[in-house]
Unconditional design. Sequence first.
Length: 359
Amino acid sequence: MKNHVEGGEDYPNSMQSHTSHRKDDHRHAEDNEEMVSKGSKMECMVTRVKSRTLVGRWFALLYLLAALVVLNHVLWNNKVTRPLPAKEGEVSISSSSNTICTEKASFRPRPKGVSKKQYKRVLDSESVFQYIIEKLKADAGAPVTLMYGSMLHEFRNGTGPCVQCNFNDKDLDIGVFAQHFPLVIAMSEDIQKKFGYKLEFVDRGYLMMVFLPENQKRVTSNQKRVVNGHQIDIHGFECNRPRAGLVYQPWMKQAFAMDAFLPLGKHKTIPYNHDDIEQITKDGHQPACVYMPFNPPCLLENLYGSDFMTPREGRGVTGGSNHARLDAFNNPDCKPSSLSSADREASKTQQSLWCGSKY
């Protein structure tokens, strides 16, 4: 006997139909859940990718900023190349002339074999040297140049941005024009107060003076080396003596070709800290510089011979095969024709300003 359900099909068929619908609904629900699950996973993956991309960008930005900070630190504390404002009658003779010598770059530790006392004396001499450069620049716009053994040492070894004395040397040799010689003498009282260096010797007629520490005796040219002793020898130079075209140092009785000496060129700045140089460049001023003769290799060869790059004891001015020549010109000829038109004009300007020559 068949069972009937009101308004419809047989009961077994109806139950089968309902069961089938429930299975279909269950499958649809599972499919929906799977789709939702896949969608959620996809959203998570997209979120992770976005997050990783954002984090990567932040890390890249931080890395770039760190690199810029390091680069800035290296530039300021080692070699910062900046164009220095040009001034009439001035030339640059080395690639370091536009490089700022920083206080950090000027520091070097005490070398092995150099006493603490000698180390301090040499550094003190450098400070006095820098003071003379700044003061003479401020008072007269005049240059101070390296000469003799100090020029030789710088030419051989001066690869950095700063001029640095030899700790094993007994003196620092520098030169000024004759008309500026009295201005350096006038600094002696301030130099003694500030640095404890006294004006030990001066000869105005022969244009020679010596500054040294108050408790130290003068070092003579006959002494090869003095332990724990250092002094500053300042030489005055006259132009067109003993004849036209020569520069003369009366104390040494020594002459050399003007074309090897002039125009004096900016070589390197004195040491500056970051704030000082920022202010100087902001104001459009020129940093104080150490100068060098125009043609150091030719001048040095005239002074010391063709082997001047070979270190020897006693390269002074008192005579002997290893000492400087008194007639230090035309041996070899420094070839004035090699000067550019700008160099010639600078030489004329310097002669007019500082030698008393008229053009």
